[in-house]
Design a protein around this ligand. Structure first.
Ligand SMILES: *Cc1c(COP(=O)(O)O)cnc(C)c1O
Length: 361
């Protein structure tokens, strides 16, 4: 087996242990004579996987009592629409804090449904930083405040959750879920597409306080109703059984390596290595974001010219360092260093960066 280092932003690298477990069990699940992905989602075996996944999410993320954990389809993008449909009722307005591409996409969908207010927009600073608490002039009557905790494309991350007082905070955590413990007392709802830090594509994790859930509209088509998904334990319709299974295996892997404490240790080691390779390059590599807002999941940088960037990406690929091209909307380079990226992968990348600079500096 020769796996390369995959720095792609999503779908992205997964724990080898989880992939191997699936490979070994895919055809004949626990001697049942069939695959888990061929079984009824109403059967005992799938039910055990489903419930253990939810229980593991509660445990690893320390989700308090009174919060619902949902496994839905449609990715984070369906949540862009489901959130305003459920909570942005006629006559109300919602606050969207504009930190970059993903925050904007969420707001665009909300505008289809109702009124959106933007308490802070990072446009004037090219979305290079996260606002401070003092800069947020929130609308006291907002239905909710929406943020994107980690801008996957821009490479900025909220270091702490903002305080929104009695207004529920809704947070798109697609690219940093499971990378740090969460301040649940500040969070009304968190959601995340699966394909960055959890599993393959095809699912959205939604965690919602009972307080928020009780305010969700129920006069909507079935799939858009949070109350139905809560009542049916995310089994209102056929769940994405394969993705749920792989989420379970990822969570077991996290527990096995030492839980969130170890995830955080590795995260800081990896991000530290990469940012110091950039900072210690005498300006050859340049991270365009404010140091205090740097993402620990998606590290972005530029080289002195686009020509050098293209060379860099080509040579990196040839050395088994894949997926380092920045998003097409911003260019440059980006390394997504999610939980499953080994420390060794980032070490190989930073060695490559130093070598490249020596030869082409
Ligand atoms: C990838 C991503 C999305 C989109 O997720 P889908 O699952 O493709 O809908 C939304 N928000 C953020 C922050 C992302 O990184």
């Amino acid at each position: 087996m020769s796996r390369i280092y995959n720095f792609s932003a999503g779908p992205s690298t997964l724990p080898v242990e989880a992939l191997e477990e699936v490979a070994g069990q895919l055809v004949d699940y626990q001697k049942s004579g069939m695959s888990l992905v061929e079984m009824s989602h109403r059967g005992k075996q799938y039910d055990a996987v489903h419930n253990e996944t939810i229980q593991l999410l509660r445990e690893v993320l320390q989700v308090p009592e009174g919060y619902h954990v949902l496994l839905l389809q449609g990715g984070a993008t369906l949540q862009f629409g489901m959130v305003p449909m459920a909570f942005l009722k006629p006559g109300m307005s919602a606050d969207y804090i504009m930190t970059g591409s993903w925050a904007k996409k969420a707001a665009e969908d909300a505008r289809v449904v109702g009124a959106v207010t933007v308490p802070w927009d990072g446009k004037s600073c090219s979305y290079a930083r996260i606002p401070s608490q003092q800069e947020l002039s929130l609308n006291a009557d907002a239905a909710y405040v929406h943020i994107c905790s980690n801008e996957t494309i821009g490479g900025i991350q909220w270091q702490t959750m903002p305080d929104t007082g009695s207004i529920p905070l809704v947070c798109d955590m697609s690219s940093d879920i499971l990378s740090r413990p969460l301040a649940w007392e500040k969070i009304g709802m968190a959601y995340a597409g699966a394909q960055k830090n959890l599993a393959p594509a095809g699912m959205a994790l939604v965690i919602m306080s009972e307080h928020m859930a009780s305010a969700a509209r129920t006069d909507l088509p079935a799939y858009l109703r949070y109350d139905l998904h809560i009542k049916e334990n995310s089994l209102y319709n056929t769940p994405p059984t394969f993705v749920v299974w792989m989420t379970q295996l990822t969570l077991k892997w996290i527990k096995k390596i030492g839980g969130m404490a170890e995830i955080e240790r590795r995260r800081d080691e990896k991000a530290g290595m990469l940012y110091s390779a950039i900072d210690n390059s005498s300006g050859y590599y340049r991270c365009p974001v404010d140091p205090a807002s740097r993402s620990a999941m998606n590290v972005v940088w530029r080289l002195p010219s686009e020509e050098l960037e293209n060379q860099f990406l080509k040579q990196a690929q040839a050395e088994g360092l894949s997926g380092l091209k920045g998003h097409r909307s911003v260019g440059g380079c980006r390394a997504s260093i999610y939980n499953a990226m080994p420390v060794e992968g980032v070490k190989t990348l930073t060695d490559f960066m130093r070598n490249f600079m020596q030869k082409n500096g």
